[in-house]
Design a protein around this ligand. Sequence first.
Ligand SMILES: Cc1cc2nc3c(=O)[nH]c(=O)nc-3n(C[C@H](O)[C@H](O)[C@H](O)COP(=O)(O)O)c2cc1C
Length: 231
Amino acid sequence: MQQHNPTADTATARTALVVVAHPRPDSLTAHIAGLATRRLTAAGYRIDLLDLHAENFDPRMTAADLPEWGNREKTYSPEVENQMRRVLAADVIVAVFPVYWMQVPAILKGWIDRVWNYGFAYGRSKPRLAGKRMLWLGLAGVADDDPIVEPMQQALSTQLDDGIAYYCGLTRSTVGLLPGAEEKRQRLDAAGNLLLDEALTGAVREAHYAALENRALGFVEDFLAADRVPA
Ligand SMILES: Cc1cc2nc3c(=O)[nH]c(=O)nc-3n(C[C@H](O)[C@H](O)[C@H](O)COP(=O)(O)O)c2cc1C
């Protein structure tokens, strides 16, 4: 589905590809994606919304997607060719996802594997994605002050910024990690037992999620501000 910003000059408006990777349309992840989309629209971006589940994107690499290393001009499967067109048309890419096992969920990983393919996103002397910018917004169930947050940020940044985006020639890539996504704070005790707090309710719950929304919007603001500075 493509969403157009009626106030933007469509001839000159830049495009943001917003990639959402959550099976439930009523998820917190989808809600944060909506907030980010509205902020990008207000900044003048034309939005191409790619909801991987809603579009039934198949994350499995197929034989048709496997690179023929010697042929630079090969065609990929029609589904992948279509996704590549959307990536090429985007000036910025914003992926919004729940953190699963300290990584992106399989559907988003499969999108990267299949679409950011050899001969397209890498393996060319002139990268086709050069100049694009990317923001990864990852929601995590872990509590904000859990000691795992810092290594999680490092792990995601190493995989997504260094391992994928910069390898493919993107100008800028940032991971905005949003811990505290779960209503019940959870942690492990020294014996490895899971301890679950009571679910947040009332004003405390509202304040908790308002703070998470603000952090998400802060990441989008910083991304837009950096966009205005020549790379
Ligand atoms: C398969 C799976 C793996 C998960 N792995 C992690 C994890 O490694 N670290 C973490 O903090 N939360 C983890 N979570 C919790 C999700 O990040 C959390 O439920 C989600 O961000 C909440 O947002 P949502 O309501 O949009 O799903 C995991 C959840 C699932 C279902």
